[in-house]
Design a protein around this ligand. Structure first.
Ligand SMILES: [Mg+2]
Length: 217
């Protein structure tokens, strides 16, 4: 059963800040704009008791484009709006380092995902990583997690063809991805109920056979 899903932030939940903000980062709450369908997707996950953990690179902090406090204000606005819309963000991991810092957490490295997998004692096979860029796919794959690439952010389907690491699945946006995940989960749950019913039936007929056998003796 799927309990937790990992996702990148920019280009998945909100409009990617590349090309239209001063620093190509979301530095203030008014630069945070939800993508169409994102709030509904998060509400659906919450309604189905699937927790959401954000895994996001925010190197703009190290580069001096914005401060940790500003990042925290943007994060609070995001969580508040999602809460008002019936969804929830259960945990966030932000890497504030830049490439030169050579940290273990900046995607495509797997540090943030590994920390989260350990914290939630999660088998990587039982979750997904949703992202809009190559580094998300590489980080997810590196951590042994199935990856979902969404076309609502930085990269296009054409870009993806050139990547050495390909995602497991690709959707237009978060809502499409979440609807697919929930359908998959539903089918899995139905199969499991079907198997249980069958096992119960087998046990019941086994008991009858035994009674019949005892009768013969
Ligand atoms: Mg992104």
């Amino acid at each position: 059963m799927l309990k937790i899903i990992f996702m990148d932030r920019d280009g998945v939940i909100n409009k990617d800040p590349g090309g239209w903000t001063k620093y190509n980062y979301v530095t203030e709450p008014n630069e945070f704009h939800f993508l169409p369908g994102a709030l509904k997707a998060l509400k659906l996950l919450h309604a189905n008791r699937i927790r959401v953990v954000i895994i996001s690179n925010q190197a703009g902090v190290s580069k001096g484009c914005f401060t940790k406090d500003m990042l925290s204000r943007v994060n609070s606005k995001m969580c508040d709006e999602i809460g008002k819309a019936g969804g929830a963000i259960d945990d966030v991991y932000y890497c504030i380092h830049k490439d030169e810092d050579n940290c273990a957490c900046r995607k495509p490295k797997t540090g943030m995902l590994e920390k989260a997998l350990a914290k939630y004692r999660l088998n990587p096979k039982n979750t997904f990583m949703v992202g809009d860029s190559k580094v998300d796919v590489m980080a997810g794959r590196g951590a042994g997690i199935k990856t979902i690439f969404v076309l609502s952010g930085k990269a296009t389907a054409e870009d993806m063809k050139k990547w050495e690491v390909k995602p497991d699945y690709c959707f237009g946006g978060l809502l499409e991805a979440v609807e697919w995940i929930l359908n998959k989960e539903k089918r899995r749950a139905n199969r499991s109920v079907g198997r249980k019913k069958l096992a119960h039936k087998d046990r019941a007929s086994g008991a009858q056979d035994l009674e019949a056998g005892e009768g013969v003796q």
